[in-house]
Design a protein around this ligand. Structure first.
Ligand code: MN
Length: 259
């Protein structure tokens, strides 16, 4: 990938297909020049997302099977495997051990393990990973089933401890940070500890809000300013860091061809 344009932003986790008008949401991300990873929650959503992002410049689609949906949709794992060769981006995947989804944790672990094994076999994939109340288990599974030299992992909306974060850094993970994370004391403290070269931005739209409305990719500009304040750098410098991190991530992964 060539040098990213100066003004472009990064939204590495957004559910563009969950806005009232999917195509219009993609068009707005393109117009705002935000490099957007359009995550999906079920493999059945893949063909339409893939179709709509085949010729976009800034928006790419990711193939997902969301841990919160695994209880009902574990049967779609074979469909997920069938589509995997069509993309280098995978997500939303991961684990959710929160009270509502704890019941399905065994199935979630089985599905996530299979996803990691398939991604490790194929090589060159970039994963956006959900880890609610399950960070140590997610990190254990990444270590065991997804060796660092097979691809890359971005931990989305990370809520682990500082110790978990250090462990994630040691195994090569990136972190995509949204505005909601910066609103808590704990989130700001964690953000202050992350290495500069592992930070990306996300909205997780429409599940976060900016100024009382569902966040959209263009809103990452606000988040960049907030991250810059926490880390005591200028917003311009932070924007440069984020673009450089995205570029490094994409280059790093493309250097590792599938075996
Ligand atoms: Mn999400």
């Amino acid at each position: 990938m060539s040098v990213l344009p100066q003004s472009a932003g990064v939204d590495f986790h957004c559910h563009l297909d969950l806005y009232p008008d999917h195509e219009a949401a993609i068009a707005r991300a393109e117009a705002a020049r935000i490099y957007t990873l359009a995550v999906t929650t079920t493999p059945k959503a893949w063909p339409r997302n893939h179709e709509l992002t085949r010729h976009t410049h800034y928006v790419r689609a990711a193939l997902g099977l969301h841990p919160q949906l695994v209880a009902e949709r574990a049967g779609e794992l074979s469909l997920w495997e069938q589509y995997l060769p069509q993309t280098r981006y995978v997500g939303e995947v991961g684990l959710d051990a929160g009270p509502r989804f704890y019941k399905s944790l065994d199935v979630q672990v089985r599905v996530f393990r299979r996803i990691l094994e398939r991604c490790a076999e194929s090589g060159g994939k970039i994963l956006t990973v959900h880890s609610v109340r399950s960070v140590p288990t997610v990190l254990d599974m990444l270590e065991r089933h997804y060796p660092q030299d097979r691809g890359a992992v971005v931990l989305h909306w990370f809520t682990g401890s500082k110790r978990d974060a250090r462990r994630a850094v040691a195994i090569g993970c990136y972190f995509s940070v949204n505005g909601e994370m910066i609103r808590s004391e704990k989130g700001r403290a964690l953000l202050g500890e992350l290495p500069s070269d592992r930070i990306l931005t996300e909205t997780d739209g429409p599940f976060t809000e900016i100024a009382g409305r569902p966040a959209e990719p263009a809103n990452v500009q606000t988040t960049i300013g907030e991250i810059a304040r926490v880390r005591n750098v200028t917003a311009d410098a932070m924007g440069d860091i984020l673009r450089s991190n995205l570029q490094t991530l994409l280059l790093h992964v493309s250097e590792r061809p599938a075996s």
